[in-house]
Design a protein around this ligand. Structure first.
Ligand SMILES: [Zn+2]
Length: 670
């Protein structure tokens, strides 16, 4: 072939939309499936001056295209994408074999088209192979678009369209007929046109072109190619597929005489009407080819270099950092789902709203654990401020937060969480939770307190999960009632010096159904036979401060977070039953679902236990809930000023006559 006639392959041009959609597909649909996926790519016949033939890949590449809807200047090709799971697999691709295989498929497609088995010819068989490093946002890819190698063909003539049809009238006739043909919607990269009656043009489909060739009258017959390469120095590599088609037709039909002078129009112009209402055919070519001695080399291919190293694209800088962080965290959690826990409900975790009552050592660490699981909504309630001693144990705070009297814990914890991971939705509320035994000194104080109760109720209502981690047991009393009132998951964590307790509260007596939920499970207070009075009052200094082994809050918050994730994956949620024996405990794909966990650092031991709800419990019994629902404000004021009133309400006083001694857990978490 003429050395001046270039054969140009496609240069894939994928935009950010393409890669980010690929990443999303990989994460949400394909996962570890590396089967080839259908995609739609397109090329434009444009006036864009470039030495390349671009193939566009964008966000629409992943949508099912109505192929008939393609515009006259845009050719859409359905093809395939194979995304490899590992870079090793991607690097081991044998491109020579792959190109040969694709070329064989192209030859088969031509055979099927010629035999009539396929109505249309897929003339652009190709494959995009990719590897997406989703952690680094780096994408390696190679477009495999070999075309059939046709040896020994002669380019007899190459002239510009304008020279070949230098008659104004002819050009006008060509324009008008082409317009009509394009309107018919039968657009494919290959079609034909015929000059008739010395100056008119008839256009037709590729199949009609074959019929025309079979007549042997090829003088005024032109195969037409919508040429993706828009320069007049050559053509796109897929032109050889058209040559192969004609060659095979001539062989099969015994009409080799037509091969000596075949004419083609290579349409390279944008087909945008100019001011004269004409297509401006400045780059389009008319070529004559002699295929008499030409042969298809079925063992080879053209237009693709198997040794060319696949390029890669780094999108890190193109995406904003917060999005990158979100994607990366999502990926980690999704990997857990794909590889280990297929039943992990990521949407549930994402939408679960957690209310942390207490933003101390436990609140800080627990919230960090939960965001690791993909929990996104965390609200903190804490009345305290960050003190000098806090940052070393409370993992969200720094020294800076302690100066000038210290920042409020709840708001600061929320801010810090968002700094760790901007996708988190977090807020902090400085609320003083009313507590039995913490007397209301004045009417104003009572009014303030009831306002706090209103706000707390609102928060409980809005959230799905309550963690009770405040620094005293009595401050967990009201939240326990609220969890029951609104039927929320409620988990309490308490710390001693070297021991911890975690309890997932049972259902409210109002919704508990023994047939489904088994025995009603205890709350944090069920073991108490005394009312939750003011435990702060008589504490010595060592009792008022955090005197727990530093590792304890980390161990217990770890268990408390894992307990919630397990519980969320049980179909009954907070209604999940429990049992005395580990073997009888409910199971999720994450393992057993305990109700009560106690651990001691001294023995490096953790035990799971089970507690039945106490009928006379000062917090979770029906007596208390009824009183609360009946006349909240009066009930609260009375209990706050006189905790023993609870014993009356719960008929505990009667019981106490028969009991002495308690098994109360001492709270020393700050
Ligand atoms: Zn209880």
């Amino acid at each position: 072939m003429d050395k001046k006639f270039e054969i140009i392959p496609f240069s894939p041009m994928a935009d950010i939309g393409f890669w980010s959609t690929l990443a999303k597909k990989k994460l949400e649909e394909w996962k570890l499936n590396s089967d080839p996926q259908d995609i739609f790519v397109k090329f434009k016949i444009s006036n864009f001056t470039s030495k390349k033939a671009f193939l566009n890949l964008d966000v629409y590449s992943f949508q099912q295209w109505e192929l008939q809807l393609q515009g006259p200047v845009e050719i859409v090709i359905q093809t395939q994408l194979k995304n490899y799971n590992t870079i090793e697999e991607f690097k081991q691709i044998n491109y020579h074999d792959l190109f040969k295989d694709l070329t064989q498929k192209q030859i088969s497609a031509i055979d099927n088209f010629l035999s009539g088995k396929d109505e249309n010819l897929n003339a652009f068989i190709m494959k995009l192979v990719t590897f997406a490093d989703l952690k680094k946002h780096n994408y390696s890819y190679k477009l495999c678009s070999p075309s059939i190698k046709v040896d020994d063909f002669n380019l007899l003539e190459k002239s510009s369209f304008k020279t070949a049809f230098n008659d104004e009238q002819k050009q006008k006739a060509f324009d008008e007929s082409l317009k009509q043909f394009l309107k018919s919607g039968k657009i494919s990269p290959f079609f034909y046109c015929k000059e008739v009656d010395g100056g008119k043009f008839v256009f037709g489909t590729l199949r009609e072109y074959l019929s025309e060739l079979e007549t042997g009258k090829t003088n005024d017959l032109y195969g037409v190619f919508f040429d993706p390469y828009n320069q007049n120095t050559g053509t796109h590599a897929y032109f050889t597929n058209l040559l192969a088609l004609v060659l095979k037709l001539a062989e099969q039909k015994g009409i080799k005489n037509i091969l000596s002078n075949l004419k083609f129009i290579l349409l390279k112009d944008s087909l945008i009407y100019n001011f004269a209402n004409k297509y401006d055919m400045k780059n389009s070519l008319v070529v004559s080819v002699d295929l008499t001695n030409a042969k298809i080399d079925a063992e080879s291919y053209t237009g693709c270099d198997p040794n060319q190293i696949p390029p890669s694209i780094d999108l890190k800088s193109s995406l904003d950092e917060a999005t990158l962080a979100t994607d990366a965290v999502d990926l980690n959690i999704k990997l857990m789902k794909w590889r280990v826990l297929p039943t992990l409900d990521l949407e549930l975790l994402k939408s679960t709203k957690v209310l942390m009552l207490g933003a101390g050592t436990l609140g800080c660490q627990l919230s960090r654990n939960l965001i690791g699981w993909g929990i996104k909504h965390i609200t903190f309630v804490d009345y305290g401020k960050i003190s000098y001693s806090n940052p070393v144990r409370q993992s969200l705070y720094e020294f800076e937060d302690t100066i000038n009297g210290g920042k409020p814990k709840a708001e600061t914890a929320a801010e810090k969480l968002k700094k760790i991971f901007p996708d988190i939705v977090s807020k902090g509320y400085q609320i003083k939770i009313p507590m039995p035994g913490h007397y209301l000194a004045s009417v104003e104080h009572a009014i303030e307190t009831l306002k706090d109760v209103d706000l707390l109720e609102e928060l409980v209502k809005e959230h799905d999960v309550l963690y009770l981690m405040t620094d005293s047991r009595e401050s967990r009393w009201l939240p326990t009632i609220l969890a029951n009132k609104y039927n929320k998951i409620c988990i309490t964590v308490g710390l001693g010096f070297d021991s911890f307790v975690i309890v997932r509260h049972g259902l409210s007596p109002k919704v508990h159904n023994p047939e489904i939920n088994g025995e009603r499970l205890s709350c944090y207070f069920c073991n108490d036979v005394i009312s939750p009075g003011n435990t702060m009052k008589d504490r010595t200094l060592d009792q008022q401060c955090t005197v727990t082994r530093p590792g304890l809050s980390f161990v217990s918050s770890a268990y408390a977070s894992e307990l919630l994730i397990s519980l969320l994956h049980h179909p009954l949620k907070n209604g999940a039953p429990a049992a005395d024996e580990i073997e009888k405990l409910p199971q999720t794909d994450l393992g057993i679902l305990p109700q009560h966990i106690r651990g001691t650092m001294g023995e490096f031991e953790t035990r799971v236990m089970y507690g039945r709800a106490f009928e006379h419990c000062v917090a979770c019994s029906e007596f208390v809930l009824d009183e609360y629902l009946k006349d909240r404000d009066n009930f609260l004021q009375r209990v706050i000023n006189d905790p023993d009133y609870l014993q009356q309400v719960t008929k505990l006083s009667e019981l106490l006559r028969d009991l002495d001694g308690t098994d109360a857990f001492i709270e020393v978490d700050d």
